[in-house]
Design a protein around this ligand. Sequence first.
Ligand SMILES: Cc1cc2nc3c(=O)[nH]c(=O)nc-3n(C[C@H](O)[C@H](O)[C@H](O)COP(=O)(O)OP(=O)(O)OC[C@H]3O[C@@H](n4cnc5c(N)ncnc54)[C@H](O)[C@@H]3O)c2cc1C
Length: 444
Amino acid sequence: MESDNYSHARVVTVIGGGPAGLMAAEVLSQQGVHVEVYDAMPSVGRKFLMAGKGGMNITHSEPLPAFLERYGARREQIKLLLENFSPDALREWIQGLGIATFVGSSGRVFPTDMKAAPLLRAWLHRLRGNGVVFHMRHRWTGWDDAGGLCFDTPEGVRMVRVGSKFPLTQRDPLPIPLPQAGEGVNVKTSSVDAVVLALGGGSWPQLGSNAAWVSLLQQRNIEVAALQPSNCGFEVVWSGHFKNKFSGQPLKSVVAGFTDAEGVVHRRQGDCVVTDYGIEGGLIYALSAPLRDTIAVQGYVDLSVDLTPGRDLARVSAEMAYPRGSRSLSSHLQSRVGLNALQTGLLRECVSAADFSDPAILARAIKALPVRLIAPRPMAGAISTAGGVKLEMLDQNLMLKNLPGIFCAGEMLDWEAPTGGYLLTACFASGKSVGDGVLRYLKY
Ligand SMILES: Cc1cc2nc3c(=O)[nH]c(=O)nc-3n(C[C@H](O)[C@H](O)[C@H](O)COP(=O)(O)OP(=O)(O)OC[C@H]3O[C@@H](n4cnc5c(N)ncnc54)[C@H](O)[C@@H]3O)c2cc1C
């Protein structure tokens, strides 16, 4: 019996209600597929909402070639996704939900109210209108021996069989042996044509994406590149005095640079924050992938920080050579080169006492202050995750080659990008592509 005969009755399960899973649900439901979204949490889109807390940066306005460079080694694979759903298409799609967007001075794109909640609300309303059914507090826990997907739910265990050719009316209960339920355990079973896994990465696990899927997929011979923190802070061994005095303070408009283990120089201007464990913030996130990879090779990185990007070394040297008279060194640094208390504190922290009294050495340190980073911060606190399901495991429909009928999308795939809207854009685009891929697989 060909399942094409029952195109009206196609059922797809989407596991994970983040941007990638919800976009897949939208694409499928728009074509009349019956979509059931399962999520472990009491509500969907929790990380998406969190992303909206500090101003939802949904995409970036730069031209596509520059945009694609942000995905580094994965630019060619991400290009296929963005050709199918471009940053401009994403903006139009948001507009279609009644949410206007604007381009900020940095080229980043935001909803006009900067928030995620109104967008998510409108989107869920539309999805429900398309007939999408949501099953909250349903945690996917793996496969049973017969290849069924198992969910822990407040009502007991739920099983989902994948790839049945039976029409909906025959689907519940299934004409296959049910798994053995333990005493008092309620087992409910249904059957679907395909499954989209959109389970997210491993950061901020309290929002739902706890990366428990890694071992579940590895058990089914799916290769997963080790998850690692991306867009993360780094650890620096600060003195007690420095931490107590400056933790939480922003270091504004500095240039940070370093040479990676392959000799490539990375350099960026921006802001960061001193914390009691080290250093965080946009400037550091932008450099975090090569910083992390370099620390993995050599055990540390000496970040070279230029505290006065607007003044070159000759000028800073001349200013530092100026007699300071009876003024303290701090007020001399403030008046001659504009260093604030944190910048002076950082100089004192990273330059030896002997060197501190040598104006020439101090001038060089102001332009290239070595701050030693010894480790990335743990993944749980990172903005995003590198690593994930290796893209070679997927076919052109984003279906796992080893597991027919099971598709993957979103941050759980092996790519990474800096902040700037590149993360959400690729998640949305992979959700769109996986939806299209499932439709092709189901011969729509
Ligand atoms: C603080 C913060 C700020 C951010 N800001 C931005 C930003 O401004 N711009 C940007 O582009 N990106 C930002 N991001 C990143 C962006 O939010 C993520 O990349 C994106 O949400 C990932 O989408 P996803 O659909 O792949 O996964 P997720 O959004 O993580 O969704 C995955 C879903 O799967 C569910 N799930 C996981 N495991 C199971 C299971 N076993 N069973 C059932 N359900 C499960 C989870 O509960 C979750 O709902 C930010 C992230 C954080 C943490």
